[in-house]
Write a protein that binds this ligand. Sequence first.
Ligand code: AMP
Length: 494
Amino acid sequence: MMFNTLGLPAPLVQAVRAAGWSEPTAIQSKAIPVILQGNDLIGNAPSGSGKTGAFLLPGFARLLDGPQKLRALVLTPTREHATQVETHARDFARFTELRVGISHMGAPLVVQEKMLRDQGVDVLIATVDRLLELHERKAMDFEDVEILVLDEADRMVDMGQATDIRKLLKLLPETRQTLLFSASMPAELNRLAKEALIEPVRVDLTSPQPSTGITHAIYQVPKHLKIQLLDRLLSRSGEVRSTIVFTRQREGADRLARQLERLKYAVATLHERKSQTERERAMEDLKRGRLQIVVTTDLAARGLELAGVAHVVNFDVPPTPEDYVHRIGRAGRPDAQGDAFTLMAPEEQRHLAAIERFVGRAIPRVLLPDFDYLLKPSQIQQTAIYDDERVRARKAALAKNPYLQGRQTMPLAGTPRPSANTQRHRAAASASSRPKPAASAPAVARMKPKGIAVKVNPVAKPVVKPAPVKPVTKKAAVPKKPAPKKAPPAKNKK
Ligand code: AMP
């Protein structure tokens, strides 16, 4: 199915194309026609399912012809979520006259009052507390509101916003259309829905899980060893391709991209400050194999069509479960196959529990058998010396590839599999160097929870012999002995 078969007007179909979306997601194809007909709707849809488009596109379609007044309100539980919705809204409004605004407690009240007074908005994305405050200060009224969206309504109720929502409902015209999107329907939300909606059509998406075609794994690792572990993970399958690495902050993304470049990966950063065209080009290069890795933040990757990405790596544990599903959802279009690795430092453990609760299952913890988890920060410089050998080998391999000459790029489509001989050779080399499970290994769950394909790296890579130790920088201490090649893995608490 295509967007232009859903009954959306041309400027919106054009905006969807410009965003790089080719086909509607399940929630979009089900909800858009229902909303276009003017029905109230309850959409059971988690983050990452494309629900924002499912309400914004038909909502905008209904507002296209009409006076310039505040006619649609989108309520979100948090200011962060409001910002995400606003970005989509601005993208969709770009070929229309619709004016989009945002309002939440994080922005100065006077600035928002000025925006409402001087510019006016047709669609306001807001948190309920700020809306009520603006109303009390007589900065706005709601008498022309035709559409109310309650987005992530279960989170709003969880966060104690039900009372404020009820106050707001009393201020809105009864004739409005109300759309409620939620990943779950707790009792309190059911009660609220009965008060807010009239004969709603229900659209249920069956599973709040990330795609089952994706292999999920958590790699527990001290923070200072994350880059080393990532390098091992990336290089263990021989060819690195189509990988997107998420970090929380832009600065972290830049730093990581520089480190990966030094390790001779063909890498780009998706920057919030880069234009949509530049970002789309980077993604195209990734898909075509001209880039191996794109490092990005949630904010920068928003609005990009990332379907087809084979590997998603969370360099940091995402701060909220929704972010996790969101990131994985990018690779995990319903029929997608791929890996989703999360590198977790001990201090990030608390975020993981919330993620596992949200997705309703445990995510397997995996150890790389030949990785030295006990390496101290002071020893890393030395490892870098013998890692250099791998890097040199990688550089040499890349240089032989005609696609990469001068560009550090490699082909994606039809990436040749290693020959049978190479595979045998690798297997033999690995078998001889495969470490015995360390005493603490059982502490790491090698479990296979229902519905998740567990991928414990089965074979250690051949251990590369340390090169003669040379000081790399003045600061780097030169140990008398090379660091131990193998040390027992850290005791990872589940
Ligand atoms: P949402 O669930 O609305 O937060 O969307 C999750 C992610 O999927 C966002 O990054 C959207 O840009 C992306 N997305 C939503 N709908 C589509 C679509 N039809 N095609 C491709 N990507 C989409």
